[in-house]
Design a protein around this ligand. Sequence first.
Ligand code: FAD
Length: 279
Amino acid sequence: MLPPIANQFVAGTTASGTLDYVSDCNSDGMGAIVNLLGEHYDDPERAAADTDTYCQLVSELAAHDIDGCISVKPSQIGIDISPDVFESNFTRIVETGANHDVFVWCDMEDHTTTDTTLEAVEAAAQDNPHGVGIAIQANLKRTDEDLQRLVDVPAAVRLVKGAYDEPTTIAYESKAAVNEAYKRHLEFLFREFDQGIAVGSHDPEMLETATDLHEEYGTPFEIQMLMGVREDAQRELASEGYEVNQYVPYGDKWIQYFYRRVRERKENALFALRAIIGI
Ligand code: FAD
């Protein structure tokens, strides 16, 4: 059972309940990106078990004919154990996705994992072109180069601001600098990139920049937002004809995820508390 404080942001503890939630998203005109909660495993068996669960989830999404894909955290499938364990589990998930025509996103975690994550996604994309995508963080100063490198890779990019505290030597510190970088990267993607662009942000300013760039360059894009955040805006954008995909976490390991949402925005905690006490 999920505690009430978590269920604004987490669809449930089981895959079957989550698939029901995803069907509701579909009825509202949105797709879903399902994420099994879990991170920083140092036990290969746990990493393998979550890999199995993702493969099962992929076949269930396909069997239920649901508009949904999945998103996987590298540290959930072995990046803290070794690059090889991570790559092999990731490849297994991507191949299962390709067999069932289910797209696989790879989340990005802190900067110590960026190179290994990029390499695994690049390799998977070469073997399964257009079946995989990667989150790229605007707060990292290296991102200009990473996007340049991804231009020749058949993988989609989800541009996010970045949810991890990073050293100021390698990351922009102020919100203004991150926002400026985000808009610069959007401009680059709409101009240079045709493998799929996902705008992973709730920020009206970033969404407006994306729609302006879409008008200018004609490049298609999708909007990705998290479950529990600006859901009215998500439905409204979907009803206006934009492709909106909601990121839907499930599972019982919700604490780290919830903590990141609250750190991003204190109102998220208040919002969850209000829902519990009914004000
Ligand atoms: P913020 O900079 O937090 O806020 C900007 C503005 O957006 C606010 O001023 C407000 O106008 C509006 N806004 C934001 N939140 C709310 C709210 N709750 N209610 C009302 N208005 C609001 N990070 C990673 O590091 N790696 C990942 O793999 C990753 N994947 C993600 C996937 C998706 C689909 C999304 C949406 C985010 C992901 N993130 C990831 C998190 C991301 O990096 C940011 O930390 C997070 O999205 C907050 O930044 P923001 O652009 O949404 O807006």
